[in-house]
Design a protein around this ligand. Structure first.
Ligand code: AMP
Ligand code: MG
Length: 335
């Protein structure tokens, strides 16, 4: 079965194109990387039409294209702080982040994986179109399977005429190759497909990136790039347990709501003298556990309390590594 394929400008064709998507059909749209063949990412049957038109095997996942950062919440869960940093730095732009999928995303999009690729294109026509559709668009490149990716409406037309109803015209793609894909669901963020956003660029907002060639690239000055390193309330390091408890009492006297962050055996739950209950966030028994839990403890502390007193972990081994972060967070303040 063939159909008439037309090429239209966004001025002429926006409403018709968005209407096609709403009716579960497919539409080709331009992006800054290559042209994409899109369908409503929440509609498994619509997404199937992409695979039919491309002759693409169903086990190859598609990328969900969004028109606003906030849409990520509909597609993904458990978005890590480092993923958020990548999103903030590079979206909209030629990058796809792999995140843990939400239940709303059908298997047709993810090829049954528990992850989803998400991209926020910068191209004006893409953004207007996706916004008008009101839903994320699942899209691979708009070429038949194994053919070259299209970077102009004419490329798409030559390859796919008769298989698709409509191509939105958007000129020649500025970037010209597919987006960088970075998997943010693994311990070391990993580039699955290289593109215009390089490992050197990614490492400006991440501590480490595993490059496409398997090499791990480490930030030159890890930690320097986090502007909001410190908790939002005051934090001091106590040089001894006695000093920590004395400072705690002093802060209570000043009508503050302090907390002590320390390893398990550092302070008791109660000060026996006047039987006040101490607010304590316990980091675990070992330095290794303390390292694992220190940032979560700072998050919890700034949310619930207004003054943080932190144990001194010394200047050796893991203790020194933990203190490196604590000294930044406390601005070097000691008691
Ligand atoms: P295309 O840009 O035409 O190659 O189509 C999208 C590409 O995105 C696929 O070929 C995959 O390589 C990649 N992709 C999409 N979703 C995922 C995912 N969840 N995990 C890994 N790769 C993905
Ligand atoms: Mg492709």
């Amino acid at each position: 079965m063939t159909m008439q394929t037309k090429i239209v400008s966004i001025e002429q064709g926006l409403d018709e194109a968005a209407e096609l998507i709403k009716n579960g059909d497919i539409v080709v749209f331009p992006t800054e990387t290559v042209y994409g063949l899109g369908a409503n990412a929440f509609d498994g049957n619509a997404v199937r039409k992409i695979f039919e038109a491309k002759g693409r095997p169903m086990d190859n996942p598609l990328i969900a294209h969004i028109a606003d950062i906030s849409w990520i919440d509909k597609l993904a869960v458990d978005v890590s702080d480092s993923a958020k940093a990548v999103i903030k730095a590079f979206m909209p732009g030629p990058i796809t982040v792999i995140l843990k999928r939400s239940k709303a995303v059908p298997d047709e999009v993810t090829a049954g994986l528990d992850t989803v690729g998400i991209r926020f294109p910068k191209h004006n026509v893409a953004r207007q179109f996706i916004k008008a559709c009101g839903v994320p668009l699942a899209a691979p490149s708009a070429n038949t399977s194994t053919k070259i990716s299209p970077t102009s409406a004419q490329h798409v037309f030559e390859d796919m005429k008769g298989r698709i109803p409509l191509i939105l015209q958007g000129g020649e793609c500025e970037v010209g190759i597919e987006s960088t894909i970075v998997d943010m669901t693994v311990d070391v963020p990993t580039i699955l497909r290289p593109g215009a956003i390089t490992a050197d660029m990614l490492v400006k907002v991440l501590d480490k990136v595993k490059n496409f060639d398997g090499n791990i690239i480490v930030a030159k000055a890890p930690g320097m790039k986090y502007k909001h390193y410190a908790p939002s309330c005051e934090m001091v390091v106590a040089s001894s347990e006695d000093k920590a408890i004395f400072e705690y009492g002093r802060q209570v006297g000043l009508q503050h709501n302090p907390v002590i962050i320390a390893k398990n055996d550092y302070v008791p739950d109660q000060i026996l003298l006047n039987s006040i209950r101490l607010n304590v966030i316990r980091l675990g028994a070992t330095d290794e556990e303390a390292m694992r839990n220190i940032y979560a403890a700072m998050h919890e502390a700034q949310d619930k309390y207004d003054y943080i007193i932190c144990q001194d972990f010394g200047d050796e081994g893991l203790g020194a590594s933990i203190m490196n972060r604590i000294n930044k967070a406390s601005g070097g303040k000691r008691i």
